[in-house]
Write a protein that binds this ligand. Structure first.
Ligand SMILES: [Zn+2]
Length: 396
């Protein structure tokens, strides 16, 4: 594990010609690297610095030398997450806060670190546990290994000359567009193929969202929403809004599929564009819909969301708002489409109240004009009803 280089954790060992290799006494820890070094070539400068390596033996007091090799960098990267629980602790590695915070709920890293780094981290964690520094057995509860960004099918690299500088895109489209594109292009654990047209698409979506909010806001403050005074179209839009909140909450909170969360909001915005209703109730429903969209997209496109939230009449910053909650009452399906078969063949579709019983479904099926054509001249022998789905009329 030792390296002949400067950058690294010093190995706290003293070599005495008479006593052998001895640990640096605890009251002299930590051994700090000198900062007044001149880096030249590949050799470690501390190997040529007597002021660093000349010391005395902790046992016999005679002339001795410090170890000038350093640990490999993973010596530090294997337990930093634990140290983060008490970064201001000057007297020991860890304290009781490690047991409050650890294990880490969600660990995110590149696939290239998935094997060795995690192996070392687990080793260090169990070592710290055995030394009584913390009481958990594993460092991480959940792991997400993120994919790579590809360009023209291969990993971006400077030597291949296929890198994309996000700064140029940020200058041109803004950071929100670049974030939205990156999150939308693929689920996080898969590789992402860079696409300039994809960036354009993300930009167009944000412009549409901006326009939808500004158009709505230009008509003045929306009236309060009265859930009991909505017509069928208003209830249908509210259902779509709350279905989207339910789905996106799961995508973001459990599945980490930010791409499908964004897609659901794009679909919702399409529905909102089709909803033309300037009545008080209509504007109240649209207000709730746009607020929900802005709140759901805020973690992904925080800057535009901040501005849109204010346009929607709110004084506080969107970053201080709670994630939207779906209203179970809004999700209740009012109508169901029933497939009507005659002798097993599809002959029509009828819409009935979702709670309709067998008799009501049968009556609706028999009343359908197209279905009636196939009943002429026959005798109805049997009616099979699958509530919410299907009616089969058996005729001879
Ligand atoms: Zn000695």
């Amino acid at each position: 594990m030792s390296r002949q280089r400067y950058w690294g954790c010093p190995i706290p060992i003293i070599h005495c010609p008479d006593c052998g290799d001895l640990p640096v006494p605890e009251d002299q820890l930590p051994v700090l690297l000198p900062e007044d070094v001149e880096l030249e070539g590949v050799g470690s400068p501390i190997k040529k610095m007597p002021a660093f390596y000349e010391t005395s033996c902790p046992k016999c007091g005679g002339k001795a030398e410090r170890e000038t090799d350093t640990f490999d960098t993973f010596f530090e990267s294997s337990w930093y997450y634990a140290r983060f629980t008490g970064p201001d602790n000057e007297t020991s590695m860890l304290d009781q806060r490690a047991n409050y915070w650890l294990p880490v709920d969600q660990y995110i890293g590149g696939i290239e670190h998935a094997v060795l780094h995690l192996l070392y981290a687990r080793f260090f964690h169990k070592l710290m546990r055995d030394a009584g520094l913390l009481n958990s057995d594993e460092p991480f509860t959940r792991l997400l290994t993120q994919g790579m960004v590809l360009k023209d099918g291969s990993k971006m690299s400077k030597s291949k000359g296929n890198t994309v500088d996000p700064q140029e895109l940020i200058n041109r489209y803004g950071a929100d567009t670049v974030r939205l594109f990156t999150m939308f292009a693929a689920p996080p654990e898969q590789s992402l193929e860079w696409s300039d047209s994809g960036v354009e698409g993300a930009y167009r979506f944000l412009k549409r969202l901006w326009k939808a909010v500004q158009e709505h806001a230009s008509k003045g403050a929306a009236p309060a929403l009265d859930r009991d005074q909505l017509d069928a179209a208003q209830r249908a839009l509210r259902r779509k809004v709350h279905e989207t909140i339910q789905k996106v909450s799961d995508d973001v909170g459990r599945r980490y599929t930010f791409n499908t969360a964004i897609a659901a909001n794009m679909e919702l915005l399409n529905e909102l564009a089709r909803f033309q209703d300037d009545s008080d109730a209509g504007r109240a429903v649209l207000q709730e819909a746009l607020e929900s969209t802005v709140l759901m997209l805020a973690p992904i496109v925080p800057h535009i969301a901040h501005g849109l939230w204010q346009s929607l009449g709110h004084g506080e910053a969107v970053v201080d708002c709670r994630w939207p909650e779906f209203d179970p009452a809004a999700l209740v399906q009012e109508n169901a489409e029933i497939v009507v078969q005659v002798n097993g063949k599809l002959r029509g579709r009828v819409t009935v109240p979702a709670q309709a019983d067998r008799d009501a479904i049968e009556a609706a099926a028999l009343a359908d004009e197209n279905v009636q054509k196939f009943l002429v001249g026959g005798t109805l022998r049997k009616v099979i009803v699958v509530p919410g789905k299907l009616v089969n009329l058996v005729v001879q």
